[in-house]
Design a protein around this ligand. Sequence first.
Ligand code: ADP
Ligand code: ZN
Length: 749
Amino acid sequence: MKQGYTGPIIIEIAIPLYLERTFHYLVPEVLREQALTGRRALVPFGNRKLTGYILGIASGSAITNLKEIIAVLDTELLWTAKELDFFRWIASYYQHPLGEVVRTALPAGINIQTRKGTSGEQESFTGGKTARSEKFYLPGGVTTVTVRQPGAKALEILAVIRESGAISAAELRKRFGACTPQLKRLTELGLSRVEEREVYRDPFKSHIVPRDESRLLHTHQKAALDAISACLDGDHFTPFLLYGVTGSGKTEVYLQAISHALALGRNALVLVPEIALTPQLTGRFQARFDGGIAILHSGLSDGERYDEWRRIRRGLARIVIGARSAIFAPLEKIGIIIVDEEHEASFKQSDGLRYNARDLALVRGQMERAAVVLGSATPLVTSVHAAEEGRLTLLELPERVEGRPMPLVELVGMKGNKETLSTALSAKLTETYDQRRQAIVFLNRRGFATFLVCSDCGKPLTCPNCSVTLTYHRQRGQSLCHYCDYAVPAPGICPACAGTTLSELGAGTEKLEHDLKDLLPTARILRMDSDTTSGKGSHERLLSRMNNGSADILVGTQMIAKGHDFPEVTLVGVVNAEASLGMPDFRAAERTFQLLSQVIGRAGRGDNPGRVVVQAHDTEHYAIRSAVEHDAAGFYRQELEFRREAGYPPFAFLAAFAISGLSEQTVAEQAEVAARLLARLKSELKVRVEILGPAPSPIYRLRNRFRRQILLKSANRSDLHRLLASWRQQATVGSTIRISVDIDPVDMM
Ligand code: ADP
Ligand code: ZN
């Protein structure tokens, strides 16, 4: 703080609680040097002590009996002024308390370090691992010749130390075997120095990556790269939509654009869906760039994540790759932000601060004057519209690399057919297997049967906590709720009438695997869904078995549709293509089209042309037809027409209220109260907002809670914002119910 200033210093602090406002505190004399913006402070709050975030010095305060902060918890700054601007933007846009935004942005593991320095009484601190310390050897400064010369091995070691500048004792032992006496001697002679250094847990440690050089770009790739490079050279914000079919070389464009940014001294942030954050993808980045890459994925412990975070904060990583929360990475001088598979719903956080990392990439990119590249083979309908309007600069890669043809797709009508596999698909599978080639069969539903139905009373088995049917898993011998994990032994008896004849309806991946074994008893079949990939590394193991040819057929849910490149796959089968059309969500057609296109794109990525068989009951639906006919333009045209008529995004902005609680009646009453208040405020403010509902949510009961929703729609973003803001000021929510407001909702279930 300012030198020589003696008056009281008042600072503004955000508390990570659901409180709208920030708070003023006094800084005691002894903490003045430390209490800087960007650090956390321990503060008295009511009769508790909480961690707060120092936002800045307040010019004054209306409050007279301000309390003093107790301690400053950091020695380094946790966020920059620019990042604070970003946090403030988020707090305002998503109407979320600033303290909660900051808490969400910081890594959970950050609470570890502070624990050492302060007493253990703080409530918000959680446990975790700290970084290890390791001994490092550095060249010493003394050059005088001494009497006792070091031996030959010691001299060799010394050469390595000098060459590398600094090297860990562990690394030296790896190269020279036991060498403690030699190291001791070198240190005594002043030829080397020992230093304890913090080391970061390295998520790559076990991978050895071969080098990879830039490819010579084809015409469309070159045009895309030139456009992005021009934006980087000009140091101005430009948002791009990189629209390229699967296998068209988008990743190669990302890599070369990043090279360009790095060469200009700027850094790169890469956001990918969690599911795509595999060694396959990260390996491509590591193979291209030397070190300086930080990877943030959900497999990291809090401690590991915090290590990565610190590496980034200290400027030791210039490329950050991560899932949605990486949008908060403490990376400075960002030149380029890439959002790969920008259409993925997983960029949206579904609880707490309900942000969308894809949207925030544009916001942060603008603040950083960066190039923002949204890449996809099947962009969001809203992105295509934005490109048509010129709000996104369209970069197209219309062809596959090396002119590989798009796969031939056959659509098979399944009306009246009860089998999981059609004759056409069975024949193709047999043929592919006979040719020793690989196949993928896709069905977006796990389990054995979709559900069990009682033959006596005709009722399906449903979850007692959620209003959904239970999925029958034969291997586990259970009927399982996919929402709350409720499970009963299966087949079992009918809970409604105690009937004992339960029949299977619909098919899941487990049944599909079973039927494929009947068809091809000697084929090696793998199943990939959330039942088979829950163990650590199991996802990678399945993928590598497919890649090294030790499997013939891969059966799976949407997990297999995304981000993987299987060069030997020549046949793709899709069972029940319309599974996702039945969702009560205005994006159902868009999701179905995207998913089908992605699955179809898995075929023929190597040198062999691909073939696809799509089985559907509803062969006329435009989402299915367009995907099968590779007619993306046709799909977007039709879908945008529907959105315009129905008043959905991009022609309207949405906010969804979710009201839930244990008492059905209270939920219904409170939903009415909320809707009435919204209606009153709407007329007072004279805003153009449509209020739909309250209505029961599509999943009316979830984990014992009853759920209702209110949907707000407006063609005018600021009208919607004003209404929400005044609702927040005036609403009083009882303690027995929960009301959450989701701005730009993605999941409407
Ligand atoms: P996408 O990200 O669009 O699916 P990729 O960038 O993964 O496409 O490219 C598909 C394959 O083609 C990869 O194996 C990649 O190494 C290769 N590739 C990409 N661009 C070129 C190029 N210009 N020349 C040769 N091979 C390329
Ligand atoms: Zn349930």
